[in-house]
Design a protein around this ligand. Structure first.
Ligand SMILES: Cc1ncc(COP(=O)(O)O)c(C=O)c1O
Length: 460
């Protein structure tokens, strides 16, 4: 079913008509899960779709509707859903056991692959998620520098632990978010992205900065772009100050290139946090970086150095099933053009979606870098040329209007009704399995959405 099939239907009535099964499940979910969801970005008004199964670049909901998928497992699935080689590796691992509570060979192969591919990785410690990876990286930085302050950039996401909540989607003044101690947020300094003067001032004013952490293509996978020259500025400043530079490559790692953003720009961080693709699309994460820093986790090295070792258990660290998926996934990424294919699709789909905006005379922009798609719905009515949108110049506007607000939810609904699933940014990540058929569906869905929103008076 689509808006084109029901020309008089509103997007909402078309959505409700095609998703009765999702509506029923959402009603049950609200009774047991806060907001009926398990992840904030799955929250959607009036209710989210419930997925039944997926394959390659597409997925099907419980009502049998088919969607081109740009959630991609929250960015974890560069190889698409159910890649046969990855699935085989997982099935073989499952036969042998889901958890040994012991060392196993695949964790070595997994760490070796990360070290071969990520230029700055000398040692690797596995965690169970990206949140745990940034938590550990920041603790390592504080331990090895003996300093307390952390610098982060407004809008950047590093998971949901206490040290990284203020300044992501709210509390841009650094005050603590609900449930977080002021003593923790007091030790986190916020800076605007690409603000050379601001970061220089922080280093001038504070001698106790343990670490600077950032998403190296910018917040939300390049939605608020970081200029590559800014990465070099950060490298110079942190080196001079003896501060640890952490690239959070949870999204960009093994996606923008086999060696992540650090390989792309040739700027080497001291530590890198990884998850998503790094864990083969299954639950898992890792901290990779300089040996002397990760030695703070090492029994012998800390004993010899007279240091108090950082304690690090974790029931699912380097889980054998995840390890199997990760080794298979990284092998394909290392040996094929998977990253390049997803990136090329990104360039082309953004171009064609912008053609739609030009044809429809809508002053929005579809932008992004590598295999990311973002739609700027221009809430302030700026004079935008879709094909030449300078997203870095619009970071303050994006920061002041959290995603999912305004027309963005309607864009998402329009795309869903027309067979495409993006998040409420609206943003999406592309897999190496997206091809011409998915591109055509996406561009047609975007055109139908824009026209439907015009009919509904949501855009003019
Ligand atoms: C850049 C970045 N860092 C950290 C995280 C947290 O990872 P996880 O969801 O595995 O805890 C995410 C998750 O989306 C992320 O995008």
């Amino acid at each position: 079913m689509s808006v084109t099939a029901l020309p008089n239907a509103t997007l909402l009535s078309a959505y409700e008509a095609m998703t009765p099964g999702s509506a029923a499940l959402a009603a049950q979910a609200r009774d047991v899960l806060p907001s009926g969801v398990a992840h904030d970005s799955r929250h959607f008004d009036p209710y989210p779709i419930y997925i039944d199964h997926a394959a390659g670049p597409v997925k099907w909901d419980v009502d049998g509707n088919r969607y081109v998928d740009y959630f991609g497992g929250h960015g974890a699935l560069l190889l698409g859903h159910n890649h046969p080689v990855v699935m085989r590796a997982v099935q073989e691992a499952l036969q042998r056991g889901t958890h040994f509570g012991a060392c196993h060979e695949l964790e070595i192969r997994w760490a070796e692959a990360i070290r071969r591919m990520v230029p700055s990785a000398e040692r690797v410690r596995f965690t169970s998620s990206g949140t745990e990876a940034t938590l550990m990286a920041l603790r390592l930085a504080r331990a090895c520098t003996g300093r307390s302050k952390l610098v982060r950039f407004r809008g950047h996401f590093h998971g949901w632990h206490d040290h990284m909540t203020s300044g992501h989607a709210s509390h841009f003044d650094g005050t603590p978010t609900s449930g977080v101690l002021g003593g923790i947020s007091d030790n986190v300094l916020l800076c605007d992205p690409n603000d050379v003067e601001g970061i220089s001032r922080l280093f001038h004013d504070h001698r106790d900065i343990a670490a600077v952490i950032l998403e190296p293509t910018g917040a939300n996978f390049g939605k608020m772009p970081i200029l590559p020259s800014f990465l070099s500025v950060l490298r110079d400043l942190t080196r001079q100050a003896g501060t640890i530079l952490i690239f959070d490559e949870v999204v960009t790692g093994f996606r923008v290139s086999p060696g992540g953003m650090q390989q792309e720009v040739g700027v080497m961080p001291d530590m890198t946090t990884l998850a998503k693709i790094a864990a083969g699309g299954l639950p898992g994460g890792a901290v990779a970086g300089r040996k002397d820093i990760l030695d703070w986790l090492d029994f012998k090295a800390t004993k010899e150095a007279g240091q108090e070792r950082i304690y690090h258990p974790g029931t699912f660290n380097a889980n054998p099933v995840t390890a199997a998926a990760a080794v298979a996934t990284l092998d394909i990424i290392e040996k094929t053009d998977a990253c390049a294919r997803a990136n090329a699709y990104g360039t082309e789909v953004r171009r064609r979606m912008n053609d739609v905006l030009v044809e429809e005379a809508v002053k929005w922009a579809v932008f992004g870098s590598y295999s990311g798609i973002h739609i700027y719905t221009n809430p302030d009515g700026a004079d935008i040329d879709p094909h030449h949108f300078d997203a870095a110049a619009f970071i303050p506007q994006m920061m002041s209007k959290p995603r999912g607000e305004g027309v963005t939810g309607k864009v998402r609904m329009g795309l869903l009704v027309n067979g495409v699933d993006m998040n409420s940014g609206p943003s999406g990540t592309i897999s190496a399995m997206h091809g011409e058929e998915e591109m055509t569906t996406t561009v047609d869905a975007f055109r139908a959405t824009v026209r439907a929103l015009k009919r509904e008076g949501a855009i003019n």
